[in-house]
Design a protein around this ligand. Structure first.
Ligand SMILES: *[C@@H]1O[C@H](CO)[C@@H](O)[C@H](O)[C@H]1NC(C)=O
Ligand SMILES: *[C@@H]1O[C@H](CO)[C@@H](O)[C@H](O)[C@H]1NC(C)=O
Ligand SMILES: *[C@@H]1O[C@H](CO)[C@@H](O)[C@H](O)[C@H]1NC(C)=O
Ligand SMILES: *[C@@H]1O[C@H](CO)[C@@H](O)[C@H](O)[C@H]1NC(C)=O
Length: 369
């Protein structure tokens, strides 16, 4: 039964997306982290550290060169933009771009909660770059006058725009885990992360946003990097896939609270279309049934990495460092560099958010009036 259902989903994904009938959206504005960054991180990080993603093999699959994305090709919002006939979103920090059809504020490494909170509470073992959600909202507010110039008030300006707020939270929890906190301690920060995301969504709605996608967290306990950092000999800490149970429990707890928060927002702002995008289930589905979706069975191995073993990930020799190359066929891998997904995985997630079943409601049904 399970397989039949999965096959019909695959067929559905293959045929949907062929016609991009809906030209309804005028623009996209996206906030988030490295999963959807399209070039902000290289600008922001270049002055303080080497930027590996500016080297091949990043970008090799689609762009043919590094594109500022943390992947071999397109990221989730690229597939969404394509679906609506919009250009790939320029990165805000690249400045030179024409932002009339939207701009991407997402950047590698941000927390949802403002960075000062982590510093004041000793929740991070190193200095954070100041690029959290509130900073990204500030960037949005900074360019708003130029985007909306000529329109009567901001409300009309964004009524046909699609916003993304997230994914966020993965970095908050990763940093807190890395500072040595227990699972129960990490969980105590979930309400604050969710509230920060909720407040950001409200701030956008108050400025005229109507269509807003709020993605949850992926199963970070299945990422080759986290699996390597938190490797331990106790088998009961791993699930049937080989993922870390504690890290994934925090992700699921976050998702449950965020889903509930989105539901309350819908009640509070009935005119808005707030979409909860499930980032957890599509990844788990592929990890559990890789061959059904065209992926290989080494689902916990990074395509671009070194070190071999179960995860092919070595923090001292990561993707694009000297001598570290990509696998033969990235399209059959889930993880590109041990932290971020391959274009193939990003496409699967994007289609699931656009058409269902991994978004409530699916983006395409939400924006078609
Ligand atoms: C920006 O792009 C839009 C649509 O592609 C176009 O209509 C507009 O003239 C452009 N503006 C500038 C300043 O290039
Ligand atoms: C981060 O940047 C924002 C906006 O530029 C600023 O208000 C805030 O004080 C900064 N936070 C830190 C910790 O530097
Ligand atoms: C708005 O447009 C007018 C005329 O096109 C221009 O003079 C002005 O500088 C623009 N303002 C902003 C904030 O872009
Ligand atoms: C293994 O982990 C489980 C659950 O985290 C714990 O209850 C058990 O005591 C651990 N076993 C060993 C040998 O450390």
């Amino acid at each position: 039964m399970g397989l039949t259902l999965l096959f019909s989903l695959v067929v559905f994904f293959c045929f949907s997306g062929v016609s991009s009938s809906s030209q309804y959206l005028t623009s996209m504005f996206t906030l988030g982290d490295s999963y959807i960054d399209t070039g902000n991180a290289p600008v922001m990080f270049a002055p303080v550290m080497p930027v590996w993603i500016d080297n091949p093999p990043y970008g090799q699959t689609f762009f043919g060169h590094p594109s500022g994305r943390f992947s071999d090709g397109r990221v989730i919002i690229d597939f969404v933009a394509e679906e609506f006939g919009l250009p790939f979103l320029p990165a805000f920090l690249a400045k030179s771009s024409n932002v009339s059809q939207g701009v991407n504020f997402a950047v590698g490494g941000p927390t949802a909660i403002e960075v000062g909170f982590f510093e004041r509470n000793n929740l991070v073992p190193f200095k954070l770059v100041n690029n959290s959600l509130d900073v990204q909202l500030g960037w949005f507010e900074e360019i708003k006058p130029s985007v909306c110039n000529g329109t009567e008030g901001y409300k009309d300006c964004f009524s046909k725009a699609l916003f993304f707020v997230g994914e966020l939270g993965v970095n908050d929890y990763n940093f807190i885990w890395m500072s040595g906190k227990t699972e129960d301690e990490v969980k105590t920060y979930v309400p604050k992360v969710v509230e920060t995301i909720t407040t950001a969504v409200e701030r956008l709605i108050n400025q005229g946003a109507v269509y807003i996608v709020v993605p949850g967290n992926p199963p970070t306990g299945c990422s080759p990097a986290i699996l390597t950092f938190r490797m331990n000999p106790n088998k009961t800490n791993y699930d049937h896939i080989g993922c870390l149970r504690d890290v994934n429990r925090v992700a699921r707890y976050h998702n449950m609270m965020l889903r509930a928060a989105v539901s309350s927002l819908r009640g509070k702002y009935p005119h808005a279309r707030i979409i909860f995008a499930d980032f957890y289930e599509p990844v788990i589905q592929v990890l559990q049934n890789p061959s059904v979706f065209g992926f290989n069975n080494d689902v916990l191995k990074a395509c671009c990495g070194s070190g071999g073993g179960a995860y092919n990930w070595d923090p001292n020799a990561i993707c694009a460092m000297a001598g570290v190359t990509a696998c033969e066929n990235p399209a059959t891998y889930v993880s590109w560099d041990g932290v971020h997904y391959t274009e193939a995985m990003n496409r699967f997630i994007a289609k699931g958010w656009l058409n269902g079943p991994y978004a409530q409601p699916p983006i395409k049904s939400a924006v078609r009036l």
